[in-house]
Design a protein around this ligand. Structure first.
Ligand code: CA
Length: 223
């Protein structure tokens, strides 16, 4: 899936498209909220980068309409002003993240990557996290270049943690992800599955147990 870039300024748009292309993100650029609506009706996008200052409906109005319509598209809002009020307004309206102009291309790319991971969206169905590469649809996992075989429950566990890297996944949610209709799962059983997954992943990523809260998958400890 491509990224949608909604930016009326040609110079800024070119810089955004160049940095995204440098990170091998394919993107489609439009110049207004109206054109963005048409693009979204015609194609499914993985993420939208939206400038606030647009001719016609502004970027925040566009995000609000997206959310009102129930669209789950991850959005990164670009704003020239970045006061606390602007940030709060952007997030309240349903933006997932924002970046103040002028920004470093590397930060734009990093935030797009983080948003894609958080939403579970990827450009090719594969989630990459440092030394780990997971094809969630094909249920294949590699650490470095070595393929690792997981059981169905280990997949369910990894899947729910990978979609929320760096965030605490409540233990009830983990329990639900692992449960099977005919079987109750005790917290100890969950912990046992987590231990087995940890052993298979080695030090490629860190799965932390947060007592009373849940689990968090962190990006690799540096080698
Ligand atoms: Ca603009």
């Amino acid at each position: 899936m491509r990224l949608l870039v909604v930016e009326d300024d040609d110079i800024v748009a070119d810089a955004i498209l160049r940095s995204l292309a440098g990170a091998r993100f394919a993107a489609h650029r439009v110049k207004s909220a109206e054109a963005a609506r048409e693009a979204l009706a015609a194609e499914q996008f993985a993420l939208a980068v939206i400038d606030v200052g647009l001719p016609g409906a502004d970027g925040l109005t566009f995000v609000r309409r997206l959310r009102t319509a129930g669209a789950a598209l991850p959005t990164l809002v670009l704003t020239a002003r970045c006061t606390l009020n602007d940030k709060v307004a952007a997030l309240d309206l349903g933006a997932d993240d924002f970046l103040a102009k002028p920004f470093e291309p590397a930060e734009l790319v990093a935030r797009c990557r983080a948003l894609l991971r958080r939403s579970g969206g990827t450009l090719d169905g594969v989630i990459r996290l440092h030394r780990l590469r997971a094809d969630l649809a094909g249920k294949r996992l590699w650490v470095d270049e070595a393929e690792v075989t997981l059981t169905a429950r280990e997949w369910a566990l990894l899947d729910c943690l990978l979609r929320r890297v760096g965030q605490v996944v409540p233990k009830e949610r983990v329990q639900q992800a692992l449960a099977q209709p005919d079987q109750e799962l005790t917290p100890n059983a969950v912990e046992a599955h987590v231990s087995r997954l940890r052993a298979k992943l080695g030090d490629a990523v860190a799965i932390r147990s947060l007592r009373g809260l849940g689990y968090r998958l962190d990006e690799a400890k540096s080698a």
